[in-house]
Design a protein around this ligand. Structure first.
Ligand SMILES: Nc1ncnc2c1ncn2[C@@H]1O[C@H](COP(=O)(O)OP(=O)(O)OP(=O)(O)O)[C@@H](O)[C@H]1O
Ligand code: SF4
Ligand SMILES: [Mg+2]
Length: 319
């Protein structure tokens, strides 16, 4: 395994609301290594985006990090002042959202975005040279050079997502957090985008946290997969082990709910029930009300993540 880029240790994030405190991320520890794609999966509302935004310290109010450490290239992000953090976001960590329009200034041409980003990273570069670089980059992304001076709204959704990857490449970002990057794209454009992302990831050894509830996307792109349930990490494994032999009953249910992925043994039906309320989650294992294997102990004591193989962890009393 290569060096760690990001180490999340015992991270907890709360949203205090009128109805009570929503603990959206609860005591999550996770390491991301240079050059890997880490898929982060789980049902809607399990805390994936909250985890992604917490890394960037961009939680939407009233979200607050209440415990833990986020160490990025050796520095605890939670100890940095706002200015340093802003610089880090602009220069070292890139985010690709479901809707790139939220990140692209509608009044700036694509060329301005790209050139500005290139020059943030390489201030010594002149405008001409940066424009040349931008043109090459756009071409590498499969966008025709003449589109460089378009405004974001003139591009298709797929092209806008390509531009977002381009900005991450221009920065030479150490870490890219992609949150549901293909959800707004149609199937064909999605497939093209994923191919491109995979190519660029390999070529530039990019480090990506890929947040999605699309298991197919995870299977195609990830090296390792982290599974979240109700704010908790419940399983972590390399992609092949996870798909060949998912250990956590929730992971099995999740994979089984995808029609074209078949598991070899021990089939579960599509999961019944819905994720718990995060204001007062069930005691013990949070999955116990939905788990076909639940035993008495499960509702009493909470299982911790346990090492069950090489870089393979699971939080379940069955192991
Ligand atoms: N601003 C907020 N105020 C209160 N609760 C919030 C806020 N944002 C998120 N939550 C709650 O935090 C939990 C985690 O939400 P989050 O958006 O991180 O989930 P997610 O896994 O990204 O879901 P999805 O797959 O739908 O994007 C949910 O229960 C959600 O209701
Ligand atoms: S700890 Fe118990 S309830 Fe939780 S997933 Fe494992 S078997 Fe099911
Ligand atoms: Mg989300």
């Amino acid at each position: 395994m290569s060096e760690p880029v990001l180490q999340i240790r015992n991270l907890s994030v709360d949203y205090p609301t009128r109805a009570g405190v929503v603990r959206a991320v609860d005591d999550v520890s996770l390491t991301v290594y240079r050059g890997e794609v880490l898929g982060l999966v789980g049902e809607s509302g399990c805390g994936k985006s909250t985890l992604g935004m917490a890394i960037l310290r961009l939680l939407r109010p009233p979200g607050k990090i209440v415990a833990g450490e986020i160490v990025f290239n050796g520095r605890n992000l939670l100890e940095l002042d706002d200015e340093t953090m802003r610089h880090l976001r602009g220069a070292h960590i890139s985010m690709i959202f479901q809707d790139p329009m939220t990140c692209l200034n509608p009044l700036q041409r694509i060329s301005d975005h790209v050139i500005e980003t290139i020059r943030t990273h390489r201030p010594e570069m002149g405008k001409q040279e940066a424009r040349k670089r931008a043109t090459e980059l756009i071409d590498r992304l499969g966008i025709m050079a003449e589109r460089l001076d378009d405004y974001p709204h003139q591009l298709s959704g797929g092209m806008r997502q390509r531009v977002m990857i381009g900005l991450a490449l221009a920065l030479n970002a150490d870490l890219i957090i992609a949150d549901e990057p293909t959800t707004s794209l149609d199937v064909i454009v999605e497939a093209q985008f994923l191919d491109l992302l995979r190519d660029l990831q390999r070529q530039f050894n990019l480090t990506i946290i890929l947040i999605t509830h699309n298991i197919g996307v995870v299977a195609e792109l990830s090296d390792r997969v982290a599974v979240m349930y109700a704010g908790k990490l419940v399983e972590l494994a390399d992609v092949h082990s996870l798909f060949d032999d998912p250990l956590h009953p929730y992971t099995r249910g999740l994979l089984n709910s995808v029609p074209n992925i078949s598991l070899t043994e021990d089939h579960l039906q599509i999961m019944d029930g819905s994720p718990p309320d995060l204001i007062s989650p069930p005691p013990g294992c949070r999955f116990h009300p939905r788990c076909p294997y639940a035993k008495q102990e499960c509702s009493r004591r909470e299982p911790a993540m346990k090492n069950v193989g090489k870089d393979r962890l699971v939080a379940c009393w069955l192991y």
